[in-house]
Write a protein that binds this ligand. Sequence first.
Ligand code: NAD
Ligand code: IPM
Ligand code: MN
Length: 358
Amino acid sequence: MAKIAVLPGDGIGPEVMQQAIKVLNKVSEKYNKTFEFTFADIGGIAIDNHGTPLPESTLRLCEQSEAILFGSVGGPKWENLPPAQQPERGALLPLRKHFGLFCNIRPVKIFPSLIDASSLKNELIPEGLDIAFFRELTGGIYFGQPKEINAERTMALDTMLYTKPEVERIAKLAFEAARLRNKKVTSVDKANVLMSSILWRETVTEVHKNYPDVELNHMYVDNAAMQLVRWPSQFDVVVTENMFGDILSDEAAMLTGSLGMLPSASINESNFGLYEPIGGTAPDIAGQNIANPIAQIMSAALMLRYSLAMDAAATDIENAIQKVLDEGFRTGDIFNKNQTGQTLVKTDQMGDLIAERI
Ligand code: NAD
Ligand code: IPM
Ligand code: MN
């Protein structure tokens, strides 16, 4: 039995989460493994129901679970609340910090049958696309103190702060991962401007001494943003600080066709994990049963792989997704009306199609 905290959140969160649960139920049957799903409120819905974005009961549930399956939080309804009470600042960031989820892995892969959905011309991705972003998730400008806005609202301050151990631990995991892949790490920073990036670059270079079999190169973040759309196949593992990783991974998502395709795993030092799509609550399409549930379903697959030692089941899910895409089924975000052989499907139909192929 595996106890899983399920936090659907806001916007499209509940719609796509329902599809992930559907797929996990099929996995449960096939592998004769019981999942105990406990749903709890977080984010905007928790503000509405409990008056706080991160209720104590939700936090306790997460502490008592083997993994957290997370949807997304936030939306226009709550964005004018005082900063500390907003869903993102008041729930998601504290949750990441509480569990020390410093390592956010964002795999960016392109499914062969989706190559035409990529924002890039096919000839720019001749070798396909398989990048693993290692985004530092509990430090940097997101959390550094001081962090303030004055009462007159004429001056505001954020602090980009890193300590050496914080950089060392994420660098180590990035090198370890590269060893099992194409043995290449690109460390992205802004060492020509930021002091925290000088420390970042020095520390990554030092950690690299223990991984002589892995190639390391450093790249400034502005160049990295450009290289991602110029020639993305040059990247294998990308390791970077919190905010750079946030921005670059959304950019990279479009190379795979849609933000709705990309999952993530956020892990701490004892391998406890939270699994969530890299995108948000998509208020523009919420409640219409048209969101792409694949990012959420793939996040469930990552949970099986990293937290529940069910690698075969994770691969089953990924294969089922590949099959459905090969058969031409598409949600609106990846649908190409100029191509024949495609069937436009709704969120719940996509969930059914993937579950049927497990
Ligand atoms: P967003 O990621 O929600 O949406 C950006 C665009 O991508 C929209 O056009 C949306 O329709 C599209 N999109 C995203 N996911 C999709 C999916 N599964 N299928 C199809 N299309 C999809 O970003 P935003 O609009 O900047 O933010 C909306 C809200 O979500 C904000 O409150 C933001 O803070 C929050 N957010 C939360 C998380 C999280 O909880 N992890 C992540 C990002 C943004
Ligand atoms: C993400 C999101 C979050 C982040 C926001 C909602 C706090 O954009 O998970 O990428 O910036 O980390
Ligand atoms: Mn983001």
